[in-house]
Design a protein around this ligand. Structure first.
Ligand code: OFO
Length: 171
């Protein structure tokens, strides 16, 4: 594989693990608020991110390339509201989307159609990722400061289906 593409995927592996840490930090904040449904939703999201990272690692190995696991800075741990946390999450996902698009660009410039095909999974996944954060943000805005609304929403988010590592399915 083209070295530029391998390096860019290795950077993305770091970013996917960072996403997992970011959502675990948000889950911890939700736990402090006794919002166990939000906590469960964010933990499931973190598990998905770990899957995204290891899927890249496995792909590089399949192509006989060296995958690297790198460190990163601390994620944000303090929030003033769940809305702020989810708005940060959506902003983060938009950055991830542009990073995935950039990987696709490099793969296509190099005529690496196998990698472009592999990256398609992430292109579709990012549509889902942005949509799921947007849905929670819209619901949080709808509920506002109503304790009953928040209680119901917490219950609803706690029903997020478990993550299935073999397919990456889960919502
Ligand atoms: Fe890996 O999609 Fe979110 O970050």
């Amino acid at each position: 594989m083209n070295k530029k593409l391998v390096d860019a995927i290795n950077e993305q592996i770091k970013y996917e693990f960072f996403s997992a840490f970011l959502y675990l930090a948000m889950a911890s904040y939700a736990s402090e608020l006794e919002m166990t449904g939000f906590e469960a939703w964010l933990k499931a999201q973190a598990a998905e991110e770990q899957f995204h990272a290891t899927k890249f690692i496995d792909y590089l190995h399949e192509r006989n390339e060296r995958a690297l696991v790198k460190g990163f800075e601390d994620p944000k741990n303090d929030y003033t509201s769940l809305l702020e946390a989810f708005e940060d999450g959506l902003a983060h996902e938009k950055i991830v989307t542009s990073r995935i698009n950039n990987l696709m660009k490099i793969a296509l410039e190099d005529n690496d159609y196998a990698t472009a095909n592999f990256l398609n999974w992430y292109v579709n996944e990012q549509v889902e990722e942005e949509a799921s954060f947007t849905t929670v943000i819209n619901k949080l805005k709808m509920v506002g400061s109503s304790p009953m609304g928040l209680y119901q929403l917490d219950k609803e988010l706690g029903g997020r289906q478990g993550f299935t590592p073999s397919t990456g399915a889960g919502q």
